[in-house]
Design a protein around this ligand. Structure first.
Ligand code: MF3
Ligand code: CO
Length: 255
């Protein structure tokens, strides 16, 4: 069931979203060659804790996962698309890093992700991240009351496909509220004029996951969580939690 949020609830979601945005900004600031993914997880944990919030990912155990998620962030490097577990891997020059973070504040959730490069960047990686950020921005622009989820998916995925990039199979965005994952599921592709009609008070996480070589397939790592591209190609992921309002879409995971 899709739940619409009141103005008061949107204000609380905005507070939760800001904590996530702060955590991601701090992680990005601290990410450089030689830093471990576990250290980045501790950076996010500190920001979340200081804000009086609780990590949303730590201990999260959906039915499809073999074990509860062990991290505060997901840190997915190069051919890892999403759900990479922050371990003692050190960042190397030219790594394409995606950091995903979620937090609960006073019972409400924020969920967001950013991709960036540490050290010297390859042009292909810069292009991939720009395409991912642009896909997210188009999805947000399309998220207007009265439009439909198919319009959002079409806005996200159409240009992605035309540019020759892949989109991670079986994954997409979702509703956000008191739970991190609520209805509806948000496909990263769609048919204009189809699907659930957007209404003020609807809160969604939009999260394009692009694969550089145009393939969509993934393999699950032995840790049961990390999704890597089947082809070995690099991937990028950007995500915001947004609200549909009478005045248009509002990004809730913003500083
Ligand atoms: N943004 C990711 C998602 O919506 C968060 C994954 S949560 C984790 O799927 F706990 F699985 F890491
Ligand atoms: Co999400």
């Amino acid at each position: 069931m899709v739940e619409l949020k009141t103005r008061r609830e949107l204000a609380l979601l905005r507070e939760a979203g800001r904590v996530v945005a702060e955590a991601l900004a701090e992680v990005r600031d601290r990410a450089e060659v030689g830093v471990t993914l576990a250290e980045l997880g501790r950076v996010a944990a500190k920001v979340i804790d200081k804000a009086g919030a609780t990590p949303a990912f730590l201990g999260y155990h959906p039915s499809w996962a073999p074990a509860p998620y062990p991290g505060v962030i997901c840190a997915s490097v190069n051919d890892a698309v999403v759900h990479g577990i922050p371990d003692h891997t050190r960042l190397a020059g030219g790594d394409l890093v995606s950091i995903d973070c979620g937090a609960f504040l006073r019972g409400w959730c924020g969920d967001a992700a950013v991709s960036f490069i540490v050290g010297e960047a390859r042009q292909a990686d810069i292009d991939l991240i720009n395409a991912t950020d642009a896909a997210l921005a188009r999805g947000i622009s399309a998220a207007q009351a009265g439009r439909q989820l198919g319009d959002v998916g079409h806005a996200i995925g159409g240009p992605v496909r035309r540019a020759g990039y892949g989109l991670l199979a079986d994954h997409g965005g979702h509703g956000v509220g008191r739970a991190m994952h609520e209805d509806p599921f948000v496909y990263n592709e769609g048919r204009p004029g189809h699907g659930y009609r957007l209404r003020p008070g609807l809160v969604l996480a939009l999260e394009p996951m692009l694969i550089a070589d145009g393939t969509d397939d993934y393999v699950t790592a032995r840790d049961g969580w990390t999704l890597r591209t089947a082809s070995g190609s690099r991937a990028a992921h950007s995500e915001h939690t947004i609200a549909i309002t009478d005045d248009g879409p509002e990004i809730l995971t913003a500083l």
